[in-house]
Design a protein around this ligand. Sequence first.
Ligand SMILES: [Zn+2]
Length: 386
Amino acid sequence: MEIALLQEKLSQTSEPMLTLYMDTNPPDRSSHGRTPAYLAWLKKEMKHVASGVPPSELQSFQEQMRRTERSLRDMTPRERGIVVFAGPTTWIRMSLPQAFANQLQWGRPALEQLLGIATGRKNSCVVAIDRAGARFFRGEDGDMAELPEERFEIDASQWKQKDLGHMAPRDTHMPHGPQRDLYKRRVDEQYRRLCKHVADRTRALCSKELPAAIFLVGSRKLTELIEGGLPTDLRERVETIVENLARVPPEDLERHLGPRMAEWTWDFAKRRAGQLIEAERGAVTGLDETLAELQKGNIRSVLVVRGFDATLRQCTNCGAVGRSADPACPVCGGERREVKLGEILPVLARDRNTILEVLDREPAKKLVEAGGIGGWLRPAQPKRAR
Ligand SMILES: [Zn+2]
């Protein structure tokens, strides 16, 4: 189920419910006799959570717990993780493609993990390029998946018919003088075209979800051509690695890039936070101002420090969100309900076509001091930092 839909569905009910996130794929899954480790965890956690449930809701909690446990009996070994939302009129159970942190909660549905704000999954896009082609990888928290390769075909067949005679693009000795220049120009032209194509594909890959970093790996000549073909949002995330890794196995690539990636993410967060705080115009910081501008659709990119959260109120009629505790909406007078920033922020951002960036706390210290959240206004563009 689409997360936005899920969010909407869950927001329509105010009943207290059970939220369960469970990593069902620990390495020791079968080594504990008949009870997998995750079920043992669940039993223990259940007792702990039950002790905090209000007496009037205890029966409902126990019912939902039983229902959830029953549903865990038919887990397939392929499920790496599951999330369950269970209440008297709610039943949502989803398999998760990746593991989440174990969490059991009673009360409002806890969506933060799903929305990525608590875990802050670090996505990256890697394009490794050489004269033979471009390989594409999507990385998520260290796991790298390869996508279909783009092979380069330098077509010299037509040139041979004309003024270039016997020349072939590779392996043969180069001719001299004007012919050589002409040949070189044509090859360059073809590479420009191919790199433009690679840039377009990179953009398409990053269109659904903005990656934390885009690594362009290869000779400077080729990576510069690709970088030049990317829009600003993506260009400011580009890290060029001038190494020939286009033909190495994915696991070697991962080993090469892992430390660079971590370092880059740190520097990037630090730089992003610094730029935002120091911007004299075109930016806002602090929860109230950011929320106000975001809801007006004025923010191009919102930056939030990981783990930063706040209790807000949202109008059940017009959807306006604010920090004041007023039970009536200041915009339309409608009834307001409590929401957590971590839940509502990704939804607000998505609805307004705003990029949401979650920055790690430590490198983004400056943003923590400035209120934990801020944003770049449209249409002002952040300065490119290199
Ligand atoms: Zn309202």
